[in-house]
Design a protein around this ligand. Sequence first.
Ligand SMILES: NC(=O)c1ccc[n+]([C@@H]2O[C@H](COP(=O)([O-])OP(=O)(O)OC[C@H]3O[C@@H](n4cnc5c(N)ncnc54)[C@H](OP(=O)(O)O)[C@@H]3O)[C@@H](O)[C@H]2O)c1
Length: 353
Amino acid sequence: MATLLIYGSYGYNGRLIAEEATQRGLEPILAGRDREALVEQAADLGLEHRAFGLSDPGAAAEELADVDVVLNCAGPFSNTADELVEACIESGTDYVDITGEIPVIERVKRRSDDAEEAEVTLFPAAALSSVPMDCLAAHLVERMPDATDLALGAETFRPPSVGSITTLFEGLEDGGAIRNEGRLEHVPAGWKSRRIDFGRGIRPAVTMPLGDVSTAHYTTGVSNVEVYVFAPPPSRLALKAHRYVAPLLATGPVREGLKRLAQVLREGPSKRARERGTTYFWGEATDDEGERVVSRLRMSDPYVVTGACALAVAQRVLDGEVGSGYRTPAGEFGPEFVLGIDEAEGFFDEATP
Ligand SMILES: NC(=O)c1ccc[n+]([C@@H]2O[C@H](COP(=O)([O-])OP(=O)(O)OC[C@H]3O[C@@H](n4cnc5c(N)ncnc54)[C@H](OP(=O)(O)O)[C@@H]3O)[C@@H](O)[C@H]2O)c1
């Protein structure tokens, strides 16, 4: 059996994914930098573990010598992806992660030629961001092949995990981002707002720099991409305020304080909350003439979707179905890929938007 190693396996998402992988009979190796946490988790799940940090990619490559696929769940990925990608290219190990960070996806993509030479797959963003919206984007472009603009979005009520909050704070300096004429453009946080029917009535939404700004562009070739999330009024105000307080928030002490607060506040959504969660995805393609098509998708809880997407991608890579170099979900497997994952019932196409 091909060998899967889950790095960051004792974090919130890592734990969910390791448990689900075990239930699927994958027997992953658990890994990360905290030996104590790994020993405990490995005993619980009856799995092998490996403790190693990432400061020396050469040493990390040695730990990966007998591993076929790494699934990186250790975020913020701005601190782990470059190092693990380097180690994977050195050891000839395929790389998958669950980042939603645009700069990380862009940097991983820039290693594509090196990875191809080493015959290694690089598959970042195999998660809520970017599998569903990447597939939705590809589906929309099938409906409208000459689309020039894509707007994509997601709505969920799920509060984020500590790791997601920490990652958000890590990315504070960058504000927002959109894809404009093929290039990444930095814009203020919550730059644009619009009212969107994600699938259960019209809701206020704002632009958000999710990884789909990168993946949807690379998958479809559409030059203009904006990604929106549902944003109730208090969060819209907070995002607007962020433009003015960002320089303060980005200072080390304030950011560290916010991260510690996040740690105190929550352990991550409970099992019960995850069982009840739903995520609504919406996408719109527009052409030069102003014609537009709209499609939607409905899936379960964001964290359940993330785990299911990560394992669906990892399984395909383990099975040797994915080529080397940088890959995107729908670019590799087609738009229908998402329909085989976690209760996605099909694309809901709006006939006359
Ligand atoms: N793309 C998406 O849709 C999506 C969905 C869900 C989550 N995410 C992202 O996934 C990440 C993990 O979320 P989470 O809720 O699982 O976070 P978490 O509970 O804080 O877990 C983070 C894990 O990463 C490890 N880690 C962090 N920095 C590290 C470093 N420099 N070297 C080695 N290990 C490191 C941590 O280990 P230590 O305890 O040793 O620090 C821990 O195991 C976040 O960045 C989140 O934004 C993305």
